[in-house]
Design a protein around this ligand. Sequence first.
Ligand code: KG4
Ligand code: ZN
Length: 329
Amino acid sequence: MITLGIESSCDDTGLAIVNPNGKVLDHITSSQHEIHAQYGGIVPELASRDHVKKFIPLLSILLERNSLSIKDIHLIAFTNGPGLLGPLLVGASLSKALGWSNNIPTLEVNHLEAHIYSPMMTEENLKPPFISLLVSGGHTILSSVDLNFNIQTLGTTLDDSAGECFDKIARKLGLSYPGGPQISKRAESSFDNNFVFPRPMIKSNSYDFSFSGLKTHAINIVNQTELTNKNINNISFELQNAIVETLISKSRKASNELGISNIVITGGVSANKKLRDEFSLIKECNAYFPDIKFSTDNGAMIAYAGLLKSKTHKFTKNYKIKPNPSLTL
Ligand code: KG4
Ligand code: ZN
């Protein structure tokens, strides 16, 4: 059974094929960063149009370079939410049309779940139970995943996500979109940091996060500071440290209190080098990350999650299109 995965929840058109064992046979992603960079954030209408434009050419490339025809695909898994309505509609419509016209069943996949299981694609021995920290552009969710793949949310952000905090401060600093990688790069050139940012809710008993206070603090500092290269680097360094320390502190707390030593860190922010380095230094926990190319949105994680879901969920040839932009875990 070859599963085709289709991701289009935001600004990446991702397609991939996995074999019955969940091995990623091939994947292809077209990012829209250049289209949206000039606006400092994603323009939903432009995102939808680009998904429409890229989908068929990318599918042809993927099939051709693997000597496959659409008839070799046994299941089409696609992102049904959460995400931007337009881009989700494009992915859902194209997936269902492809399924209907070729008599292939389709399966809706929750984008958040797909992120959470993404490290299992490359970490063969990784299985639940584990603590999951999902840090993407739209979400910051701490949860526990039990042996049967039931996900229980422990805490979530009360306001902005960690990715949003990276992106908004980057924009304020005049750095391009997406901001996370830019902040990370700038932070590497900080050698004499003199800024001190808060670590939000680090002492609170709850597993929730809140990044809007940190964001406001950083914006105020940026407003009062001459934006020389040195100051941009130092602000980036301190912002990254504050976000990383906060994420690690809550994840460790969950791991200790629930007695689960494996922590799985996923979503776009999991590409952050500092976050990866700091997690790997924690002796009492085992930190797992997706392969760096599967940290940000991609079709492989959708195909993989679709395959996992197909083992426990019935899938029918139901071609109703009903994306859910505010789907949760
Ligand atoms: O998971 P993702 O690709 O899309 C959503 O589902 O939201 O996450 C995108 C987010 C953006 O906020 C981006 O700035 C952040 O991931 N990101 C990073 C890095 N790479 C991407 N944040 C920090 N460091 C990075 N290296
Ligand atoms: Zn995502």
